[in-house]
Design a protein around this ligand. Structure first.
Ligand code: ZN
Length: 103
C-alpha cells in the first residue's frame, strides 16, 4: 500500500507532516505531525533560552522571543515579591485591628 499515511513518530495519532505517498522525507523532524513538531521545537527553544546567553547574532525573531521570556520571568518575580509584601502588610494590619479591638 504505497498511499498509506505514515503516522507521526511521536503521538502516532495524526499523520506525519511531510510524508508523500506514504514515504516520510529524510529529515528527522519531518516524521512528526505539525502539533508534535511545534511542541518539540518549542521545548528545544525553551531549553536554549535557559542555557544560552543573549546573543546579538541570533535572528531578530529569536532575540524578541528571548527578551520576551526574560521580561515574563522578571514580571513573575516582581509579582511574587509584591504578593509577599501585600500579605505581610495585611497581617500587620490585622494584628493592629485585633490589638485595637482588645483594648
Ligand atoms: Zn504527533
Amino acid at each position: 500500500m504505497s498511499h498509506e499515511k505514515v503516522m507521526c513518530s511521536l503521538c502516532n495519532v495524526r499523520p506525519a507532516r511531510f510524508s508523500r505517498h506514504g514515504v516520510v522525507k529524510a529529515d528527522a523532524d519531518h516524521n512528526m505531525c505539525l502539533q508534535c513538531f511545534r511542541s518539540v521545537s518549542e521545548k528545544n527553544f525553551q531549553n536554549r533560552l535557559k542555557t544560552e546567553p543573549f546573543d546579538e547574532n541570533m535572528d531578530l525573531r529569536t532575540q524578541i522571543k528571548w527578551l520576551r521570556k526574560r521580561i515574563e520571568k522578571i514580571e513573575d518575580e516582581v509579582f511574587k515579591l509584591r504578593k509577599e509584601q501585600m500579605e505581610r502588610a495585611e497581617k500587620t494590619l490585622m494584628r493592629a485591628i485585633i490589638d485595637w479591638w482588645k483594648r
